[in-house]
Design a protein around this ligand. Structure first.
Ligand code: ZN
Length: 223
């Protein structure tokens, strides 16, 4: 698969996972699945609406149309980046040269207001990033400007999804309170999974080594 085209906005690369103003959620009518144990769309198309049995939100895909929402996340491109370990900004594979140079590890960069390090076993919905894009992101992204932390990760493993759980009795959606996106992290073993409308792919980060981005850029390796 060739990497998608790079789009710039005000001189910065627009992240692959950022949604554009012409891309919108497409509401579907949520019903009880015919087998009873979970939610489904009334007009569900199994091939596109589910991933590994879990129901996913519907979004149009018109990357590059309108204006980018730089702090946002397009759920289906997030999933594509996470499940294939693509850089969240340029969408290049993070199994490239740097992966070999770093001893078979992926770079993850997350917001950290207090400067706290990425812990082993931490779960995240933020896909990996390549080193040049990480260097640009910490300069361009106002959110990361408040503080960030980076780690090289040996084994990012599938963990679950982030989404909106529905009440099994009433089918009322229950967005998480006090969160910006209203999403709840739901593990693949969690009984709420069949009742969850997924919007992010979530991995757990195993084998984490904190890394200084400047040193990584200068030396290509960490210690
Ligand atoms: Zn990149």
């Amino acid at each position: 698969m060739s990497a998608p085209r790079q789009i710039t906005w005000n001189g910065w690369h627009v992240p692959f996972i950022a949604p554009w103003s012409h891309e919108t959620p497409r509401a579907g009518t949520i019903v009880r699945a015919s087998r009873g144990a979970g939610i489904a769309y009334a007009d569900e198309l199994d091939v596109v609406d589910r991933r590994n049995g879990t129901l996913w939100v519907r979004w149009s895909a018109l990357r590059g149309a309108g204006r980018p929402h730089l702090g946002g996340v397009h759920p289906l491109r997030q999933r594509q980046a996470m499940s294939h370990m693509l850089c969240q900004v340029c969408a290049a594979s993070t199994y490239g040269d740097a992966f070999s140079r770093w001893g078979g590890r992926h770079l993850f960069l997350v917001r950290a207001d207090q400067g706290q390090e990425i812990r082993d076993g931490e779960t995240t919905a933020t896909p990996p990033i390549c080193e040049p894009c990480a260097a640009e992101s910490v300069r361009a992204c106002p959110e990361l400007g408040k503080g960030y932390t980076a780690a090289l990760v040996e084994r990012p493993q599938p963990w679950g999804v982030a989404g909106i759980p529905y009440n099994p009795r009433t089918l009322a959606p229950a967005p998480a309170p006090k969160t910006r996106d209203g999403l709840t992290f739901v593990n693949y073993e969690d009984p709420r999974l069949p009742w969850t409308l997924a919007a992010r792919d979530v991995v757990t980060l195993l084998g984490c080594t904190p890394v200084d981005l400047d040193r990584l850029a200068a030396h290509g390796v960490t210690v």
